[in-house]
Design a binder for this molecule. Structure first.
Ligand code: DLL
Length: 434
């Protein structure tokens, strides 16, 4: 039986990891400086040369790179190898502005597959599993990433892609899928549909690897219950490779970052100052092994905390919490910072499923917040006054969580459009960023 778990790296001592990171960082900075004029200019402007970077301790001397830089340099401006050496392009799922494209050599694909293979192994995957990949294939990294990881593990891989829920469920039953990979919102929808069809006894799923969007612990419990599985989080972003930058292990208390490939920092998003371990801030990655599209100090805009507490799984790589929001998409409503995950926590705590929409508007120069949430099927026969009472309960709970008033509208079950990819939860009609 083939095993892809790499204990010599994943469980290496901090000293060994640092040694590896130092060597790789020095090499990577030189590679980038020599081959990417855009970077060379940025480094020169910041008054830093490759010789100034001798170890991870010098990382802070390098300038940050942001999505704006990626857009400026679109499409080939950050490429660090000749185009003929690239074998793949992937792209972010962003819907506004210019898309971000990332390039991969075969070496980059191999390393990315390694990272996803580690994630599958950490969720208990082996070559005896049937890995059902319902992330989208194509430009989005979800499908190709988990597909490649599953091949490395030697599992039987079902490249389902997203959509056609009936067919997903039929294949799941007929082929005995054991590990499901998709967004948490699609996992919740699959669970809901499987239970409605009375097919829970016919599925053999044991684990799920869910990521690409924010999801709460409450949602994890819901999915675990409805599908009868253990649900693992996986994180990543196209700019840095795709899924598998970090992943959960059996302890499920954060995601191990593949530190042999990516150096993580937490910074104060306002000042750019590097924060000590345990402090909440914006996650920044430096990719130290990629050839085609190596980013140094890329600002992810994801807010989280890093911890080096000993993990019971034996892995020593630093852990990140689930992203707690984004430094750029946090909603500011009536001057109050609102994270959509806070609203989701309230809804799930009150017994609703994660089928909701947040509508933000500005009327007569005043911000409004409305939360539309689907009633459960039991509630659908409630009287009008009972529905109003339940709405009031949610209004109060949201007020106490957020500190501001949110109008709540209970809507009919299944009336909010289901997502086969990332759910569209926020409709911000204010268009503040245009
Ligand atoms: O979402 C890569 C991915 C695919 C990750 C499949 C996991 C599974 P992008 O489309 O470039 O890449 O979006 C990256 O999505 O900066 C986060 O804000 C968010 N994100 C990704 N994973 C998680 C997660 C893929 N587990 C952006 N929890 C990132 C919360 C996540 N947010």
């Amino acid at each position: 039986m083939e095993h892809y778990y790499q204990p010599e790296i994943e469980c290496a001592s901090r000293e060994d990891i640092l040694k590896l990171q130092n060597e790789r960082l020095v090499k990577q900075v030189k590679h980038v400086y020599d081959n990417v004029p855009y970077y060379r200019k940025k480094m020169e402007e910041a008054g830093v040369s490759p010789e100034d970077i001798r170890s991870v301790e010098d990382l802070h001397k390098l300038p940050f790179i942001t999505k704006d830089d990626l857009r400026d340099a679109y499409p080939y401006g950050l490429l660090a190898v000749p185009l003929k050496d690239c074998v793949r392009i992937q792209s972010t799922s962003g819907t506004t502005g210019r898309r971000v494209v990332a390039f991969y050599t075969q070496h980059d694909i191999d390393l990315w597959d390694d990272c996803c293979a580690r994630a599958i192994m950490a969720a208990g995957g082996t070559d005896e599993d049937v890995v059902h990949v319902s992330y989208g294939y194509g430009l989005f990294t979800g499908g190709p990433g988990l597909n490649g990881g599953s091949h490395k593990v030697g599992s039987l891989t079902l490249p389902m892609s997203s959509g056609n829920t009936d067919r997903q469920i039929q294949f799941m039953c007929d082929l005995g899928s054991t590990i499901l990979c998709c967004t948490p919102s699609y996992a919740a929808y699959l669970g809901e549909t499987i239970n409605e069809k009375g097919l829970k006894d016919k599925i053999r799923l044991k684990a799920g690897i869910f990521g690409a969007e924010a999801w709460t612990e409450e949602m994890r419990r819901d999915i675990e219950k409805s599908l009868g599985i253990k649900a693992y989080d996986i994180y990543g972003l196209t700019e840095i490779s795709g899924p598998g930058v970090s992943f959960e292990c059996s302890e499920q208390t954060g995601m191990h970052i593949n530190e042999d490939h990516f150096i993580a920092e937490i910074i104060n998003p306002k000042t750019g100052e590097v924060l000590p371990e345990g402090e909440k801030g914006e996650l920044v990655f430096t990719s130290i092994t990629k050839q085609a599209f190596p980013l140094l100090r890329y600002r992810t805009r994801d807010i989280c905390v890093l911890t080096r507490k000993k993990c019971s799984c034996g892995r020593t790589h630093v852990k990140m919490t689930k992203p707690m929001g984004r430094s750029d998409d946090m909603l500011i409503i009536k001057g109050v910072n609102v994270f959509p995950s806070q609203i989701e926590t309230v809804l799930l705590n009150k017994g609703y499923a994660a089928n909701y929409q947040i509508i933000v508007d500005r009327i007569n120069n005043s911000d409004t917040l409305e939360v539309q949430v689907e009633m459960t099927s039991e509630m659908f026969s409630d009287s009008v006054s009972e529905v109003s009472r339940k709405e009031k309960v949610l209004v109060d709970a949201l007020k106490s969580m957020l500190g501001i008033y949110a109008k709540v509208k209970l809507v009919a079950p299944k009336s909010i459009t289901r997502s086969e990819g990332k759910a569209v939860r926020i409709i911000d009609k204010r268009n503040l960023y245009q």
